[in-house]
Design a protein around this ligand. Structure first.
Ligand SMILES: [Zn+2]
Ligand SMILES: [Zn+2]
Length: 238
């Protein structure tokens, strides 16, 4: 089920990018909404789960997650938070390998917490672990749709063979499910550490999306409303 939802998110994202290439307004709106939702789920679901797990260095792992994402962005140039900061020596038929590498590691990592606590976390006093796990799944999937729109728009803009672009999208689509699969084998004492790292990644991405959408710090009510509705939905389901 989790795998199907994650893969569908990538298919939907690629479809939106393909059929609505000129409509970036929708993508921007979805990005704002997904940032609010991701932030809420991170703070309201993942943090409590992490701090209740008995992991003594819980906060440290969140910081490591933020640091990890900072490093990955050096490779991926920001695809995961909604756009590609283009480099100067940009040739229009080469896909920078570093961009793909950064993005795949990012996507693999964000899949890892999904499967695990079905097996391990219910030994602690966490209520309804299934509910929480599916919250992370939904927030992640909406984030994946935004991420895929940016990746696909970039791929379709390049002068490369279709089959090549589609192969990259397929690789991207399976990276989070592979992460979830690997995550399901993690030892119970390792799981909170990974959860902390991924929470740090989510915290950083959602903050950056919200920041970069409005670097001039003017009150854009439409954007803010989308962020707030994402947060509110996260609050409702957490
Ligand atoms: Zn950026
Ligand atoms: Zn992501």
């Amino acid at each position: 089920m989790d795998y199907i939802v994650l893969i569908s998110a990538v298919i939907i994202g690629a479809g939106i990018a393909y059929f609505f290439q000129n409509n970036s307004k929708f993508s921007k709106r979805l990005l704002m909404f997904s940032a609010g939702l991701l932030l809420a789920i991170t703070v309201l679901d993942m943090f409590p789960l992490l701090f209740q797990s008995g992991e003594t260095n819980a906060g440290i792992w969140i910081i490591i997650g933020v640091g990890t994402q900072l490093l990955l962005e050096g490779l991926s140039k920001g695809i995961e938070h909604g756009h590609l900061h283009s480099s100067n020596d940009h040739t229009h038929n080469v896909i920078p390998l570093s961009v793909m590498l950064g993005l795949f590691i990012h996507s693999f990592l964000e899949g890892t917490p999904l499967e695990v606590h079905h097996h391990h976390m219910h030994t602690h006093e966490v209520h309804e672990p299934h509910l929480h796990s599916s919250n992370i799944l939904w927030a992640l999937s909406i984030h994946k749709v935004s991420e895929t729109i940016v990746l696909s728009t970039f791929l379709f803009s390049l002068n490369i063979k279709k089959i090549f672009a589609v192969s990259i999208l397929i690789l991207f689509a399976v990276s989070a499910p592979i992460g979830a699969f690997f995550g399901s084998f993690l030892a119970p004492n390792v799981y909170p550490k990974i959860l902390g790292i991924v929470a740090g990644i989510f915290l950083h991405i959602s903050s950056v999306i919200i920041f970069e959408s409005n670097e001039k710090h003017s009150l854009d009510w439409q954007k803010l409303l989308l962020v707030f509705s994402g947060m509110f939905l996260g609050f409702l389901i957490s």
